[in-house]
Design a protein around this ligand. Structure first.
Ligand code: C5P
Length: 422
């Protein structure tokens, strides 16, 4: 799996200063073994722990260290360096590198590259446990996640400094897995336009709150050209994202493949499969309100074929399925970052309210919004909806409305609950 994704891809590895830098040499070896090319930027502090010569030998490429190196600028300018790769990986990501990246500082080659790149960034933090848990680092972490940076680790355990806790860099094999996952998704991050000033930014009942929404179907590949899908259009989830934005929230919309345009002022992360959606949701945490409106495929093909399946006159290929992660249930029971309000959707074709009540308990969410998707109603793919809002006690049925109106009514309700701390 890792091999096929990395084959022929290029990773720009930024190595910061920390004892974990020695593990980055092993990471280089693993990426190359999986067929990837590696270019290294070594910070001044990083070169105290691992030498440029070691890294040049392992990568087969010149190691970049200086922002103002005339030779390097002639060979490959630092802007080009930041864009030529498919993925930028920072390992170890020190507290200093995270702080610089979170604040847009650019005073050396590593930080300039992180600011200039148009590619996805994956960070593997490594630092002393107190530095990791310091509010400043946690603030920087949250800011970087908002900016679309992905993270792997840190692990908890005994540290080189003798203390115990979170702060150890993830193992090279785990970083390799995270690299494969990042490369499997889109490599160009759309500029998060929710950072641009918008009419409703900073005002409204959800100002200062982060609302996370999933929408659309997922596509589960059978082979490189075929997939299993469903009829979800994503309209209700997109309408919810717009409604949350209109109430002043910062909104992350994790969307399966749909034909809808990105809602203005919303940070959209596009994914294809349930597993990518699960990972994107995890990366988007923490959130104050999480709404799971996506029609996630319950199953995926167990052994996705690497090449197109051929009709060669032999037996019809059987499709063996395996279960996908239940994203809603996982987030509703998240050990440390459960959003204060977790909302699921239930698409039912019979006994709508009864089934939805049972689902609320099974999934562990606070509210289930149930709708009747019998073909006669035309809800799936259509513009109108009738929903029942089910919490611990009550069932409130809203009148038939457009999906935009349903979204506005639901978000008003959720904003009220979030404010009252329910
Ligand atoms: O179990 P069912 O698919 O009916 O549950 C629907 C709810 O669970 C929706 O909110 C949907 O977004 C969510 N879900 C999920 N991950 C899955 C399956 C469903 O988040 N794998």
């Amino acid at each position: 799996m890792a091999q096929s994704v990395l084959q022929g891809r290029s990773v720009l590895l930024v190595i910061g200063g920390g004892i974990a830098a020695y593990k980055s040499a092993e990471l280089v070896r693993l990426i190359r073994k999986a067929g990837g090319d590696v270019r290294v930027i070594l910070t001044r502090a990083g070169s105290q722990f691992v030498t440029p010569l070691t890294l040049a030998s392992l990568t087969g490429n010149k190691v970049q260290e200086d922002l103002f190196s005339l030779t390097d600028e002639v060979e490959m300018g630092h802007i080009e360096l930041s864009r030529a790769a498919d993925l930028v990986v920072v390992a170890p990501a020190t507290a200093d590198l995270m702080a610089k990246a979170a604040n847009g500082l650019a005073n050396d080659l590593a930080s300039t590259t992180l600011l200039a790149t148009d590619k996805r960034i994956l960070m593997a933090p490594a630092m002393n446990v107190r530095m990791w848990l310091h509010p400043a680092t946690q603030r920087n972490l949250a800011r970087l996640k908002q900016d679309g940076v992905r993270f792997v680790g840190p692990d908890a355990g005994e540290m080189a400094c003798g203390e115990f806790g979170p702060g150890r860099m993830a193992e090279p094999a785990a970083i390799l897995e995270a690299i494969s996952a990042a490369l499997a998704g889109s490599t160009v991050i759309p500029m998060p336009d929710w950072q641009a000033p918008a009419a409703s930014a900073g005002t409204g009942p959800l100002a200062g709150r982060h609302v996370l929404i999933t929408a659309g179907p997922t596509h589960e590949p059978i082979d490189p050209v075929r997939y299993i899908a469903n009829r979800s259009s994503g309209k209700q989830g997109y309408a919810l994202a717009e409604a949350a934005r209109a109430l002043g929230a910062r909104v992350t919309l994790v969307s399966g493949p749909v034909t809808l345009p990105d809602p203005a002022g919303v940070h959209v992360v596009r994914v294809e499969t349930a597993r990518q959606m699960d990972e994107a949701v995890e990366q988007a945490l923490p959130a104050d309100i999480a709404i799971f409106a996506a029609a996630v495929a319950d199953w995926r093909v167990q052994d996705e074929a690497g090449q197109k399946l051929k009709k060669d006159g032999k037996a019809i290929p059987p499709l063996l399925l395996t279960e996908n992660p239940d994203i809603l249930a996982r987030i509703a029971r998240h050990p440390n970052r459960r959003p204060a309000l977790v909302i699921g959707f239930a698409a039912e074709t019979e006994k709508v309210v009864d089934h939805a009540r049972a689902k609320r308990l099974r999934k562990g969410c606070d509210i289930i919004v149930a709708n009747d998707v019998s073909p006669a109603g035309g809800v799936m793919g259509g513009d109108r909806n009738i929903v029942h809002v089910i919490d611990g006690q009550d069932v409130v049925t809203l009148p038939e409305m457009t999906k935009t109106e349903v979204a506005a009514a639901l978000m008003q309700r959720f904003a009220g609950l979030a404010r009252s701390g329910t």
